[in-house]
Design a protein around this ligand. Sequence first.
Ligand SMILES: [Zn+2]
Length: 458
Amino acid sequence: MSATADPAAARAAGTILCPDWLLADAGAAPEAGHAIRVVGENVDAVGPRDAIERSHPGDEVIELPDRIVLPGFVNAHVHMYGLLAHGIPQDEAPSGFWPFLQDYWWPKVEDGLDHEMIAAAANWACTEMLRSGTTTFLDILEAPNTLPGGLDAQAEAVAQCGLRGILSFEATERSGPEVANAGLDENVRFIESCRAAHRGPEESRPLVSGLVSIHTLFTCSDDFVLDAFHRAAELGVLVHAHCNEGVHEGEWCESHHGHRTLEHYDSLGVAGPNFLASQVVHLSDNERRILADRNVRCSHMPLANGEVGGGIAPIPELLEAGVTVGLGSDGYVNDIYEVMRCAFLIHKARLRDPGVMNAHQVLEMATTGGAEALDLDLVGRLAPGWSADLQVLDARFPTPVTAANLAEQVVLFRSAHHVESVMVGGSWRLRNGDVLAGDPDRQRARLQQQALRLWSSA
Ligand SMILES: [Zn+2]
């Protein structure tokens, strides 16, 4: 059965994609022989290809044999500047989460960043994300020496690649009150400038937008946290913070406030649907209850939690409790296929139960879960009226594909190199493996140069 959003749109010329399989919604069964019709920025119809083709004889029809079309991934948490630290020389690995921040990440990475470096990283990060099927992301920049204007330096690169990007500056008081306030100001100014710059028709959604980020409770005072939430509420955007990434923050809160991290956010009256808590690795039973009862949004970074020796977040338990969870790369391995594989496997090992975290749940976190975590409407699913953000994936598996096994085949046995084409907001951004805007070879050379600059100053 074919569903059409709007009779006026149905008369307009559109593009009909005809893959072998359409996985329009990560939580539902895939359909063989279904097509998807795209008009302008949005999906106009999905359903059996014959019916869609019959209804729209003037459309461009793109045959996609041996291919799956599925929603583009939402990377709910990335630090594009993190690319500059890949392979950075270190005398020895940090001895824990706190030394990781204090002795390595803050002085040797974040404090050394400038506009040229973060723009080069953003360019390459967008290329990497496109090549691995990601169409939407939230970036969190912490780079005190890029204030003001760091977000604009990144935004230019994002707009060039054509991804749907939410950019934020992670404000923190660790470098003093002036930098702290400049960080919040950067978010507010950027959000307002994105809104002012958006000149499309009313129904058109801007690709680049912003939200407010703060670091953690151990780097932000109560007044500062409340100021961030107040400013975000005035703008109608979320506040994002890293939450209990290692054991440090919960223990710090217990010794400074007499209760744990999420209990403290709750006591400040800000634990609610306007709060996006990333990481959520170390949670007491009461903190889990707070996340669920207050509808706090969460994001899960299993690979990066490994990198910092952080631990394994209780994600199956949070999903069971009804918490909205997206998946993120944390700027580490920015390939959601790898992140999905880790999320699929690591909770089975932790809980010694191969039945937890099925492939549909993982795909949902990578698509609709991420979009809901970022409070994005009409993103993450391919349905009439939703954004035409999709990827075309090679479906030539060595074993038969069925509606029952397709999700698991994708999560376990597909990788970035199987992503053939990517569309964002109805426009192709990657086609047959080629990034359509920008030159990846030049981007890579530029990032190499900027990484060397950072490494030599560290
Ligand atoms: Zn992070």
